[in-house]
Each structure stands twice: as C-alpha cells, then as structure tokens.
Design a protein around this ligand. Structure first.
Ligand SMILES: Cc1cc2nc3c(=O)[nH]c(=O)nc-3n(C[C@H](O)[C@H](O)[C@H](O)COP(=O)(O)O)c2cc1C
Length: 330
C-alpha cells in the first residue's frame, strides 16, 4: 500500500505468520526509458514469502519490459494496477482510466502478455463510476491470458464509501476460470473465511485490516486451523511499534522526519483499535518527533488489557473504525 506498505512494516507483519503472499505498492512505469535499477530498488522480498510487485502505466511495451526485468530479478508475480483513481494517473491513461474501455484493456493486456512469460495478474476496482462493465472487464483480463485477477469491488467514484460489494467478487469468481482474489473490508480475521465462503474466491487480499491489526493474518490462519486466536494487549502493540521504529531507524535513520511521518501514517489506522474517541491518534499526530511519539504511545497503550483493544478475531465495535484514506490512493 502506497505510503504505508514499506518493506520494514511488511517484514514485521509477516513475522507474525499467516501470509501466503506479499504485494508491493505500485511502482510507476512511465513512457520514457525504463531505468531498471531504480525499479529493482523498490523490490524487497519479505522473508521466504512469494512476492508480487505492482506496476502502474499505460504503455504495453514499457510494462512488458518492466515485468521481464522484475521476473528476471526473482519476483514471483507482476501485478498491473488497473484501479488507481489519482487524477494525475488517470489523466495519463493509467490506473483506473484503463477500466473505461474493456476492448482497449484487452488490447493492452494482450500486448503485455504476448511479450512476456512470467506470472502476470491485474488488480481492478468494480469500474470507473459503475459496475456495469464488470463482466467485460473480467473477460478482458482472462482472455488476454493473465494468470490471476484481484478485485476490490467498489467503483473508483465510490472511493471507500459504503461497503465493498462482495456479490461482485462472487460474480467474477463464478464467471472466470482464472483464480479471483477478493479484496475489500476484511478488517477482522473472521471476515476472511466469511469472504471465502460467501464469494468462492480463491484467496483474500487484506489492506487496511493489516494496518489496523498487524496480527490479522496470523489470527485468520489460527481461526481456519481451529487453533487459539491471539488477542494482543496494549503492551504487545507498543512492542510492535517500538520494533517498527527500530527497524525504520535502521534503514531511514538519516531521515528522522520520514520515520516519524511513516509512524504517524500507520497510527492513523492502528490507533483506531482504541475506544478513546481518537484521543491517542490526535496526541500522537501532534508529537514533534519519534521519541515523543513513542512516549505518547506508552502512556496510552502501556497498561491496556486486550479487552480494551478492538483487535480480536471479530469486531467488538460495529462497524470497525477506520480513517478515510487520502484520495490519491485506491
Ligand atoms: C494507504 C493506502 C494505500 C494503497 N495503495 C495501493 C496501491 O499502491 N496499489 C493498490 O492496488 N491498492 C492500493 N490500495 C488499496 C488497497 O490495496 C485495497 O484495495 C483497498 O484498501 C481495499 O481493501 P481493504 O478494505 O482490505 O483495505 C491502498 C490503500 C490504502 C488505504
């Protein structure tokens, strides 16, 4: 996830277990000459997990060139972003703009596919401003020869409003023979199995749920296996934050402002598990630097028992509280 899905965060979340694959935020592939080394710098494997790298662009030759470079460097899956609603991206014909015309989408994807051989997937939304063309979009992805499709079933116009329409995941899962990955509103571990059962999707992708609760994947795995589901308390959340801070300092230590900014961005989600009317987040966001931010975290989280955090396998509050992501993110 752009702005928050740093490899350092991914590694810490993955260390709790339960993940099947890790996906990167999008990497832009412009129309100019491709600079492979800078593309590959964005690629960092998390533990031994399969890695999917997402690329965003509108030039099939460039996308194919980038994909070939990524596979050659050991990336498992290359994913094409077909959902970014940012005006800057859409005006260049990339991201969500590619959902406008299924025939054009087919041509673009078929050209990328024709030029490449590794595992190739795409991530779509339900459509630009309606889901009327969803079947045609799914057909285009499959007919072009892609190996997998992920759908976040809200239109771009919807942003994050309302609920993700899981009926659309079911529709594509039933229609297509390639694996369909469901995404959207799995905010608790219990939602993962519910999405699988209700939609028949091949796998579940979790976004904001993992920002809010780094244990969600491990909890979903435990639920599935009928094992004990960990319910983190404040001390454990604090330990996670401290570990994350140390890891960020390890790679971004020369830019302390960036470390503090990244922690604040994450706390906008993680801090929603407290039932305190947003007091912790507000105070944390006012912190001038990382040490003071950690002091704030200590004072708010240090003594909290698990029952006072909404980080169990199912919602204690309905609905789960989440911030509104910035408009440029899909
Ligand atoms: C901060 C943020 C950054 C995101 N960045 C990306 C991105 O780079 N590529 C992408 O395909 N989706 C991105 N998304 C969308 C998520 O992958 C996901 O589709 C969406 O949040 C719905 O799933 P969720 O309910 O599990 O969060 C981003 C979402 C957020 C909140």
């Amino acid at each position: 996830m752009e702005g928050v899905g740093h490899p350092v965060w991914r590694a810490l979340v993955a260390a709790h277990g339960g993940l099947g694959m890790v996906c990167t935020e999008f990497v832009r592939v412009g129309r100019g000459p491709l600079h492979l080394p800078s593309l590959l710098r964005r690629v960092e494997r998390t533990a031994d997990l399969p890695l999917s790298v997402q690329i965003l662009g509108s030039d099939p030759r460039k996308l194919a060139e980038a994909a070939r470079g990524l596979w050659a460097s050991g990336v498992d899956v290359v994913d094409i972003n077909l959902g970014c609603p940012s005006r800057r991206v859409v005006s260049k014909g990339a991201g969500a703009a590619l959902l406008r015309d299924p025939d054009h989408l087919y041509d673009l994807l078929a050209r990328v596919r024709g030029d490449t051989q590794g595992l190739l997937s795409a991530k779509i939304r339900a459509g630009l401003d309606s889901s009327d063309q969803l079947d045609a979009l799914g057909d285009a992805v499959q007919a072009a020869g892609l190996d997998m499709l992920t759908i976040h079933p809200r239109t771009c116009a919807q942003g994050y409003s309302g609920r993700a329409d899981w009926g659309l995941i079911r529709r594509l899962s039933q229609r297509l023979s390639i694996p369909v990955v469901g995404n959207g509103d799995c905010l608790f571990a219990a939602d993962v199995d519910r999405m699988r059962t209700e939609t028949g999707c091949a796998a579940v992708m979790i976004g904001r749920g993992a920002l809010r609760n780094p244990w969600i994947f491990a909890q979903a795995e435990a639920l599935r296996a009928g094992g004990r589901v960990a319910e983190p308390n404040g001390r454990q959340v604090l330990a996670f934050l401290k570990e994350l801070t140390a890891a960020y300092m390890g790679v971004l230590g020369d830019r302390p402002g960036l470390v503090c900014g990244r922690l604040k961005e994450l706390l906008r989600y993680l801090g929603r598990s407290l039932d305190d009317g947003g007091a912790f987040i507000r105070e944390a966001l006012r912190s001038p630097d990382t040490p003071s931010l950690l002091e704030v975290a200590e004072s708010h989280l240090g003594a909290l028992p698990a029952r006072e955090l909404d980080l169990g396998a199912a919602a204690a509050h309905a609905p789960a509280r989440l911030p509104q992501p910035r408009p440029e993110r899909l």
